[in-house]
Ligand binder design. Structure first.
Ligand code: KG4
Ligand code: ZN
Length: 348
């Protein structure tokens, strides 16, 4: 095992400075420093604040990861870093650090796609991923359905959100229900005491021409507005807002659309494995509904544990390790930080 490549993964696309160490397919360390508290009062991630936080956290986070793994930096045989998509300034910090380390340690460097990394991480927990498979990636920054033919080289986008990301909708609705940022976990726990059928909120792009034109796309901004209108009407009438019921009904609408379209994608491509990743994959109702619907359609669902669903360095190291194992070409040292890197580009 000591002979297997030791890959360092660096993730800085949003507000988490993530550093992971993977040897072969074994996770040795997954260290995350989050600047989420610094963004809370703004109700969303402030790019400039995130970049500065990455700069301060980078070296200490790398040191913590090495200590956790019981390795030294010069044991590292390859480096992987998120090249995009994400916030430009935030990505730049990780990419610059990775380039410096790659030169200092004389190791190959892989600039990788953040979405492909969200897919690859599951292999650390559940073993080799059957490919092709369908991946549903849902977070504060992205909501995509992907056809993963080969996570190291061929990832095909089937659909994505045409407005808000799923996590963004959770965060905005949480805010209007008076919950702190990030709101997803608060909606999740509040919804446990609520009635999911209390309000029949709209399911975007699920019927008629919308569905035909956007079969695998998502839209959550109409749902967010519907919740806002419903709450406003209650307040106007001087009636109390049943927060848990609204949270449960909103969550039900999001999970219904996500799982319905994900199962449809599996069926229409004749695939039996659905992988779910991204921060929203931590949602308890999404997990339960995905399992129920997948079982009914004879599909298998794979969801990494919550710490591997949210942004982290282990996912980048996992993809890097897979690229090394498959003898893929590393990136050039002039690799960019590409805020809108397409998912079809796995390595920059
Ligand atoms: O993947 P992530 O850590 O960062 C990116 O946005 O890329 O995802 C964070 C998002 C936030 O919008 C947060 O509210 C949401 O994931 N989230 C959840 C839950 N836990 C985190 N949404 C719903 N239910 C949860 N339990
Ligand atoms: Zn992410």
């Amino acid at each position: 095992m000591g002979d297997e490549p030791l890959v360092l993964g660096i993730e800085t696309s949003c507000d988490e400075t993530g550093v992971g160490l993977v040897r072969g397919t074994t996770l040795l360390a997954d260290t995350v420093a989050s600047s989420v508290d610094e963004h809370a009062r703004f109700g969303g991630v402030v790019p400039e604040v995130a970049s500065r936080a990455h700069l301060e956290a980078m070296v200490p986070t790398i040191e913590r990861a090495c200590a956790e793994a019981g390795v030294r930096l010069d044991d590292v045989t390859a480096i992987a870093v998120t090249s995009g998509p994400g916030l430009t300034g935030a990505l730049l910090v990780g990419v610059a650090a990775a380039k410096a380390l790659s030169i200092a340690l004389a190791t190959p460097l892989y600039g990788v796609n953040h979405l492909a990394a969200h897919v690859a991480v599951d292999q650390l927990e559940h073993g080799p991923l059957p490919q092709p498979c369908i991946a549903l990636l849902v977070s504060g920054g992205h909501s995509s359905l992907l056809l993963v033919e080969d996570v190291t080289s061929r990832v095909i986008p089937l659909g994505a959100t045409i407005d808000d990301a799923a996590g963004e909708a959770f965060d905005k609705v949480a805010r209007l229900l008076g919950m702190p940022f990030p709101g997803g976990p608060h909606i999740d726990s509040s919804a446990r005491d609520g009635e999911p059928a209390y309000v029949d909120f709209p399911r975007g792009l699920t019927s008629g021409r919308d569905l035909q034109r956007h079969r695998f796309d998502f839209s959550f901004s109409g749902l967010k507005t519907a919740v806002a209108r419903w709450v406003e009407a209650r307040e106007r009438d001087g009636e109390p807002v049943p927060v848990a019921d609204v949270a449960a009904s909103f969550q039900e609408a999001v999970c219904d659309v996500l799982t319905r379209k994900a199962v449809d994608a599996c069926r229409s491509h004749g695939l039996d494995t659905l992988l779910i990743g991204g921060g929203v994959a931590a949602n308890s109702r999404l997990r339960a509904m995905a399992q129920e619907r997948a079982a009914a359609a004879k599909l298998r669902v794979r969801v990494p544990r919550p710490a591997l669903c949210t942004d982290n360095g282990a996912m980048v190291a996992a993809l890097g390790a897979e690229l090394v194992a498959r003898c893929r070409e590393p990136s050039e040292l002039d690799l960019p930080a590409d805020s809108s890197m397409p998912v079809t580009t796995v390595v920059a």
